[in-house]
Design a protein around this ligand. Structure first.
Ligand code: ATP
Ligand code: MG
Length: 420
């Protein structure tokens, strides 16, 4: 028997209503903040991710689904959304858009070859936003405020926003030098990834999942002490504005994020809920001032975040929050005879064309079973068609909630349903 590929899942109807609800809400909130949707291809040139995400990251080193197409091009299933959005920004010359920053969001499946565990899939759906073109602490705060707004709007309470500043390129270079000095003497005690990170991107040692408890990680130099005045000011302004908005946060000087292109503000949102499991990160993001130029694009800066709907759902489950299932039918047509079934087919055709959701029994079941089916399908109204109804061309429209019935001709019934 062929099964779904490892690390992927079917989202069946008993779950898909949650996804629809969440995606709709995310789109509404994005609209409130004036972010427009962008859709980029599911695959891109492999080079895009190697360059934009960076050769020293787990994504590029271990997690990409890369393949040659029949034209011998190296393509990669999109593992994250920022690089494709930046590519599109550059390609479509969005720096010339009248409105700046260009504010974009996406809801899209991502692919990473990872070890399967709770909250970690090989195909998962990310909602992400990017604001490109203006560097201003106000934008950083807008992004953080949208992020908190999203999670709070679902009723989640056990949230912890963690922020840090990685500083500008100058501060970052100084800091990297300090880290090399700090780790070099004992780098032999670290995992093989960290041993190469010290040459390619020392900051990533702080983000290592294997070595996170090593004493040298715990007492590593703090990024904050290496921020130049400009970077420090930027960070202090962001924090002050978060305070003004009463957005609670904690500063974690070791927070560096996995991707190479981050500068200044970096952040993660965690869940504190009991039972959330080992993985507590719901969302991550930050400012990426160097990215576009590094991709041969214009000298424009950006900031964004990405969250996965899978982990949002886990957080909702951990806090016992139900998503309303608005599924239901306007009308269920029960039938007693073959002739009635034919008539029901015609009626359904008319009802559905007028925008009324309606269904009937296709299994020739007894009336009682049909009523049960109507109940299961959450039908708001029912009618029963038998010989009498066909003869009189009318039926009793029954309100399933109140039990009230009303005798109506079929035409009256259609218009009544339309009004309701
Ligand atoms: P992690 O440290 O958990 O691997 P990451 O740094 O790789 O996370 P990002 O690339 O920042 O994650 O992705 C942003 C968000 O996407 C994460 O905070 C998480 O909610 C979600 N996410 C990342 N990888 C997966 C996955 N394999 N399955 C489901 N959700 C994921
Ligand atoms: Mg990861």
């Amino acid at each position: 028997m062929i099964q779904v590929p490892r690390g992927t899942q079917d989202i069946l109807p008993k779950e898909s209503y949650k996804w629809q609800f969440i995606e709709k809400k995310l789109q509404e909130i994005a609209k409130n903040y004036n972010y427009d949707e962008i859709r980029t291809p599911m695959f891109e040139s492999t080079d895009l991710f190697v360059r934009a995400v960076g050769g020293s990251t787990d994504i590029v080193n271990k997690e990409m689904y890369t393949f040659q197409d029949k034209g011998d091009r190296s393509l990669t299933l999109r593992p994250e959304g920022t690089a494709p959005v930046a590519r599109s920004y550059i390609e479509n010359k969005m720096q010339h858009n009248v409105e700046q920053p260009v504010k974009l969001f996406y809801v899209a499946p991502m692919f990473r070859y990872e070890r399967k565990q709770k909250g970690r899939y090989r195909q998962f759906v990310q909602f992400g936003v990017e604001a490109i073109g203006v560097e201003d602490p106000l934008i950083d705060v807008e992004i953080l405020s949208m992020l908190m707004h999203i999670y709070q709007s679902f009723g989640l309470k056990n949230l912890k926003l963690v922020i840090n500043s990685i500083g500008d390129m100058e501060s970052r270079n100084e800091y990297n030098k300090a880290l090399v000095e700090h780790f070099s003497p004992r780098i032999g005690e670290f995992c093989s990834d960290c041993q190469s990170r010290i040459h390619t991107n020392p900051m990533r040692i702080l983000d290592c999942k294997k070595d996170r408890d090593h004493e040298l990680v715990k007492n590593a130099p703090r990024m904050y002490d290496y921020l130049n005045d400009e970077s420090k000011n930027y960070f202090e302004t962001v924090k002050a504005k978060l305070d003004d908005l009463n957005i609670a946060y904690a500063v974690d000087y070791n927070l560096v994020r996995g991707l190479d292109y981050y500068t200044h503000t970096a952040f993660e949102l965690m869940s504190n809920a009991d039972g959330f499991g080992a993985i507590t990160t719901l969302c991550g993001g930050g400012r990426y001032n160097g990215l576009l130029e590094m991709m041969d694009g214009p000298d424009k800066t950006g900031i964004g975040f990405a969250l996965s709907i899978e982990r949002l759902i886990l957080a909702l489950e951990a806090e016992g929050i139900d998503i309303p299932n608005e599924k239901g039918l306007d009308l269920y047509v029960c039938t007693m005879t073959d002739e009635a079934r034919d008539l029901a087919g015609t009626l359904l055709h008319k009802l559905r064309n007028r925008g009324i959701s309606a269904d009937m029994d296709y299994e020739n079941r007894k009336l009682k079973a049909q009523m049960k089916d109507a109940d299961r399908k959450n039908a708001r109204y029912t009618i029963v068609l038998g010989e009498d109804e066909i003869q009189n061309q009318s039926a009793d429209l029954k309100n399933m909630q109140t039990g009230e019935t009303k005798k109506l001709s079929f035409e009256e019934m259609i218009s009544t349903m339309e009004e309701i």
